[in-house]
Design a protein around this ligand. Structure first.
Ligand SMILES: Nc1ncnc2c1ncn2[C@@H]1O[C@H](COP(=O)(O)OP(=O)(O)OP(=O)(O)O)[C@@H](O)[C@H]1O
Length: 247
């Protein structure tokens, strides 16, 4: 079942004070995503991935086209994990999570998510006392906590050292398997994308368009197997040599 339909005909930035200078960020990008699919977006720096996520999240409506999420009648709930964790420094971890609920926060759900992300012991610490990896885990909990129709993740492991990135990735993956959601996940790391995704979408430099849309058919229980990931990666490069320039 199609859950998300994205049809962006044109996204052009027109700087307010220099209308003669324009930057065409996206041209004719069509993407359909099925419910509970995990889709990774890969493309060169500056190609327009964050721009697209902001449009999907409804933070930027200055474009031509249409983006439909979930059922037409309801306003979709979107969880967004930004590149920086964006925690409020004057609240502790638990309060930072509770803030996403306008009414009484669901205690059991928050306990379960803290547990799944291995943060139960630091729930009353303030963000400055946490490592970047822990702060990222709080941001992931906050996005899952609202049970979103769509989860947007913009390089949530960027600037983590390799072991921390691996740890957060494994925790995210386990959480997503326990609580499947439709995910659009931006990454620059092909191995990471192969380990996580049902589909890889390779994007061109701006104006951004889809260069390749590839199904990852490695069975889920084998996604931790480095030989499987490397074999898939090797086959991908030989069948689609053009993707080498996009990473
Ligand atoms: N408000 C803006 N006005 C003008 N140009 C902009 C604006 N925001 C972004 N851009 C330009 O649009 C292009 C896409 O930027 P965007 O941040 O979406 O890329 P990205 O693919 O997410 O990059 P990265 O991988 O480095 O995070 C860039 O060339 C950027 O300079």
């Amino acid at each position: 079942m199609t859950d998300i339909e994205i049809s962006v005909l044109d996204k052009t930035y027109r700087p307010e004070h220099a209308a003669d200078r324009q930057h065409k960020a996206i041209a004719d990008l069509q993407l359909r995503v099925a419910r509970d699919q995990f889709v990774c977006l890969l493309g060169p720096s500056g190609c327009g991935k964050t721009t697209l996520l902001n449009m999907i999240a409804g933070l930027d409506s200055q474009y031509q086209g249409q983006i439909r999420i979930g059922r037409l009648a309801s306003r979709p709930k979107i969880g967004y994990v930004f590149q920086s964790p964006r925690l409020l420094p004057w609240y502790d971890v638990r309060r930072n999570i509770e803030l996403v609920f306008p009414a009484k926060p669901p205690t059991e759900l928050i306990d379960a998510l803290l547990d799944a992300m291995q943060l139960g012991d630091v729930q009353h610490e303030f963000p400055e006392r946490l490592s970047l990896g822990m702060q990222r885990r709080v941001a992931i909990i906050r996005a899952f906590a609202i049970d979103p129709d769509l989860l947007l993740m913009d390089e949530p492991f960027v600037s983590l050292d390799a072991p921390s990135a691996r740890q957060v990735r494994n925790l995210l993956y386990t959480l997503w398997q326990q609580r499947p959601h439709t995910v659009l996940f931006v990454s620059h790391d092909l191995r990471e994308a192969i380990a996580l995704a049902d589909r890889l979408i390779f994007l061109s430099p701006s104006p951004m368009r889809i260069v390749a849309d590839i199904v990852v058919d490695i069975p889920r229980p084998l996604r931790n197997d480095e030989v499987q990931i490397e074999t898939f990666r090797g086959t991908l490069y030989s069948r689609h040599p053009q993707i080498a320039d996009l990473l």
